[in-house]
Each structure stands twice: as structure tokens, then as C-alpha cells.
Write a protein that binds this ligand. Structure first.
Ligand code: ASP
Length: 292
């Protein structure tokens, strides 16, 4: 029998707070990882798998992305998402998009249907509308507080994101990330998540999705800085840790999921916890929030 290599990892954000109960998100990540596993074993393209995974993470309302997003300081939910195909280096993203149910799918459509990489604000919404994406008809009742986030956090600096990375059986890599951003952010604030380079990266060697306070991730170089370190010969874990150390040096914290062309997986964080799951053709499934 052909020995098929595939690998994937998911994150539900590095904003997990020690001592809170994440059993519901862990069960959800476990089921979603099992679904991704089935698809990858059936030779589904990595790009489809990461989009589907992030769409589910957005629509379930359990994480700070899509339905679980919180309003900015002006009272509006603004969503950021991006997706990248490692084989072609094509990428698409949306930033400060208001009230669409699947930002990651709008991002993929930007990649497929426009000559651009990133559409923002009202222009992104007009594009999503023209493309027939589902608008949130009743924002007040649609958005919900995600698991592990309390009403007090909404006034603090709570944050969260979702992401997926995958290597498919053809050897292609892809990454996708989506977020509601930091709670109470200024209107129009855009973090790392929709930025190809800082928040999301995929090439022929590696696929990466970041989470953490976007300002620090952007200033550290983010996902692309890991990819460049990896390409220049650093081991995967060291490349990830060097970038996270840089985030810490700048005063932040965060988390990374990455898969490589050989099927190696890294899920590292220097925050209190990161909701995460992984599976591959050569390793046992992992689902955790705390303990590195
Ligand atoms: N990176 C996201 C942002 O700054 C938040 C997060 O990952 O928790 O918008």
C-alpha cells in the first residue's frame, strides 16, 4: 500500500486563561481534527481542509472568531481572515469586515476572483455581498460570548483567533487564520491575522498560523520570519521559539501552529495556554489547551 504522508494542526487562540474550563472547545477541536484527518486520508487538498476547518471554527461561536467575536470600542464587530496556498503562493485576506458569517471563505474568494491579496472595510463587505456570501442579519443575536471568556473580559484585553495548517498527500501545504481581534479594539484596527506574512504563511516548505496580540506579532515579523529561519536551516522548533522569544522581548505573548513538507508539526506558545489539536499520518492525535 502507498505510504501517504499528511499532517494538520488547528488552534483556537493563545488567549486561554489558566484555571478556566476549556473542555467544550477541546471536544470540538478533537472532532474537527478527526474530520480533517478523514479528508486528508482521502487525498483532499490542504487548501480545502484549512478553509473548511476555519469556517467551522468561525461559525460554531466557541472561539474569538466569526460568531464568537466581540465588538470594538465603537460597538461593531470587525472580522479579519486570511488564507494562503503554499504551492502557488496565492493568498487572499479580508480586514475589518463587518457582519459576514464566513470571513475565511471571503478571503479565499479574494484570492480566486481578484488580482488583490487584501480587501478591507466597506470594500471587503461590498465584494462579499456581490459574491453572495451570507450576511449576519441580526448581529445582536448572532454574536455570542466564546467559551472561557467572561463578560468582564470584554472590557479588558481579551483576544483570540482560530487557525489551521495542513500538508496533504500530494505534498501541498496551506494555512488559514481568522479572528474577531482584540476586545474593545479601536474601530478600524487590524491585527496580524489578515496579513500575509505576519499572521499566515505557506510556501513549499512550511505552513504557519499565528495567534497572540497582533501588534507584537507584526513587529516580530510573525509567520514569515519563522519560515525564513526554517528555510535557512534552523530546526522547526527553534525557528518557532526564536520568533516567540522576539514577541516576548517586545512585551507580548502568543502561539504558533506549523507543519512542514516532511509532516513535522509544531504547536508552541508562550502565553498561559493555547487551544490546539494536531494529527498526522505518523503521530497520535493531540488535543490540549495547557502544558506545552
Ligand atoms: N492575533 C489576533 C489579533 O491581534 C488575536 C489573537 O490571536 O488572539 O487580532
Amino acid at each position: 500500500m502507498l505510504n501517504k504522508t499528511w499532517a494538520m494542526a488547528l488552534h483556537g487562540g493563545a488567549g486561554a486563561v489558566a484555571g478556566r474550563d476549556y473542555a467544550e472547545t477541546e471536544h470540538h477541536l478533537e472532532r474537527l481534527a478527526a474530520d480533517c484527518r478523514t479528508r486528508l486520508e482521502d487525498d483532499a487538498p490542504a487548501l480545502d481542509v484549512v478553509e473548511l476547518a476555519v469556517r467551522e471554527l468561525e461559525s460554531c461561536g466557541l472561539y474569538v472568531a466569526g460568531r464568537g467575536s466581540a465588538p470594538n470600542s465603537a460597538g461593531h464587530v470587525e472580522l479579519d481572515a486570511s488564507i494562503m496556498d503554499g504551492r502557488t503562493r496565492e493568498a487572499g485576506a479580508v480586514a475589518a469586515l463587518r457582519d459576514f458569517a464566513s470571513p475565511v471563505s471571503v478571503a479565499r474568494r479574494v484570492m480566486q476572483k481578484t488580482p488583490h491579496v487584501l480587501l478591507a472595510g466597506p470594500g471587503a463587505a461590498a465584494f462579499a455581498r456581490r459574491e453572495g456570501f451570507t450576511e449576519v442579519a441580526d448581529p445582536t443575536n448572532w454574536y455570542r460570548l466564546p467559551v472561557g471568556v467572561t463578560i468582564e473580559d470584554v472590557d479588558g484585553f481579551a483576544h483570540g483567533t482560530v487557525g489551521a495548517v495542513a500538508l496533504d498527500t500530494s505534498g501541498a501545504l496551506a494555512a488559514a487564520t481568522s479572528t474577531g481581534g482584540t476586545f474593545g479594539k479601536l474601530e478600524g484596527r487590524v491585527g496580524d491575522t489578515p496579513l500575509i506574512g505576519p499572521g499566515t504563511w505557506a510556501d513549499d516548505d512550511i505552513a504557519i498560523s499565528c495567534t497572540g496580540i497582533g501588534e507584537h506579532i507584526i513587529r516580530s515579523g510573525g509567520a514569515a520570519a519563522i519560515a525564513f529561519r526554517f528555510r535557512s536551516g534552523l530546526a522547526l522548533g527553534d525557528a518557532v521559539d526564536e520568533m516567540l522569544d522576539e514577541v516576548a522581548r517586545l512585551g507580548g505573548d502568543g502561539g504558533i501552529i506549523a507543519v512542514t513538507r516532511s509532516g513535522e508539526i509544531a504547536m508552541h506558545y508562550n502565553s498561559q495556554g493555547m487551544k490546539r489539536a494536531s494529527a498526522s499520518s505518523s503521530t497520535d492525535p493531540v488535543v490540549r489547551t495547557f502544558e506545552n
